[in-house]
Design a binder for this molecule. Structure first.
Ligand SMILES: NCc1[nH]cc(CCC(=O)O)c1CC(=O)O
Length: 309
């Protein structure tokens, strides 16, 4: 146990909280650790929408390089920011027990704009959130909002927008969730939202053994289903896709809901499934196939054209 496990992390408040949580768990198991904060391009490049940069791995790229160069031994990520295909030589070591998966709207006290016929401006940098918001509130407009959680809250404060959309988990973790929020329980979260993943160099058995002890099997399974759905649909583009799988322990089943939207939110494909736990390995694949075979593949092709750089 003498080796020090170097934990790579982005340097935002949320990322640091997540990495420290992993660090504490490893220390409790008796491991020596060191935190290595790294600035990532996701924080640095803020003048262009993320999807225009053509990389899904915008948040993870810098840490991937640090891993491959063996500057760090493991890295902690918000799992929803991690591309479905990991770089060669890097493997998933553990998925931590999932937190709240819901998206929330932060507002400024007045929520009367949340009606069918009101006009309002709501901020989000996510295509998935934008499409689902416009699907529900067709008369609203959305504006792009990026940066880490803290920056986005500040921008909302200094704007005339009615509200902005966040993942509850991010604000809960850094204890910055204000009282003026609404749970968007109708919005389907990003695949793996609310889950943290620890990635490890594939040839590092010491770190693999250490990290494996942090894995939560239920979260590993449900995020696998959601990311398989995403991977089967996406073909390498950041489309408006949501997915949520939950496990019911009373009858040993999985509930799954997956959605695909057009950018303006007007077109919507949805699949809902309840299956026996024995069928979990292919659930995401079959759900995606169902959408693709019912018109979803045409929409995916349109999205690929629209999002192409
Ligand atoms: N894309 C940024 C990001 N990545 C992970 C989280 C929060 C934690 C999570 O969703 O797991 C956030 C912030 C947000 O979406 O508001």
């Amino acid at each position: 146990m003498d080796r020090i496990i170097r934990i790579g992390t982005r340097d935002s408040e949320l990322a640091m909280w997540q990495a420290k949580t992993v660090e504490q768990s490893l220390q409790k198991l008796g491991y020596k650790t060191e935190l290595v904060p790294v600035k990532s391009t996701g924080d640095l490049v803020l003048d262009k929408p993320l999807y225009e940069m053509g990389i899904t791995g915008i948040f993870t790229k810098t840490l991937d390089v640090a891993m491959i160069k063996k500057e760090v031994d493991i890295a902690v990520h918000s799992m929803k920011d991690v591309p479905t295909a990991l770089p060669q030589g890097i493997v998933q070591g553990a998925v931590l027990k999932r937190a709240n998966t819901v998206d929330i709207l932060l507002h400024k006290g007045d929520t009367s704009f949340m009606s069918e016929d009101a006009e309002a401006v709501v901020a989000t940098g996510s295509l998935r959130r934008k499409a689902q918001w416009l699907n529900r509130f067709p008369k609203h407009t959305t504006v792009d909002l990026r940066g880490n959680v803290n920056t986005r809250m500040e921008k909302l404060e200094n704007s005339d927008w009615k509200g902005a959309i966040f993942a509850s988990a991010g604000l809960d973790r850094i204890k910055k969730k204000p009282s003026n929020f609404i749970n968007l329980d109708w919005m389907i979260p990003a695949p793996a939202q609310g889950a943290m993943v620890v990635v490890v160099n594939a040839d590092d058995n010491f770190a693999l053994d250490a990290v494996a002890q942090l894995n939560d099997y239920e979260t590993e399974m449900t995020t696998y289903i959601e990311r398989q759905f995403l991977r089967t649909l996406e073909g390498g583009c950041t489309a408006p896709i949501g997915a949520l799988a939950t496990y019911n322990d009373h009858d040993d089943t999985i509930n799954f809901k997956g959605v695909l939207f057009s950018l303006d939110g007007k077109e919507k494909f949805e699949v809902t499934k309840v299956v026996d736990i024995a069928e979990w390995k292919k659930l995401g694949f079959f759900a995606a196939k169902e959408i693709l075979e019912n018109g979803g593949s045409e929409l995916m092709e349109t999205l690929r054209q629209q999002l192409k750089k």
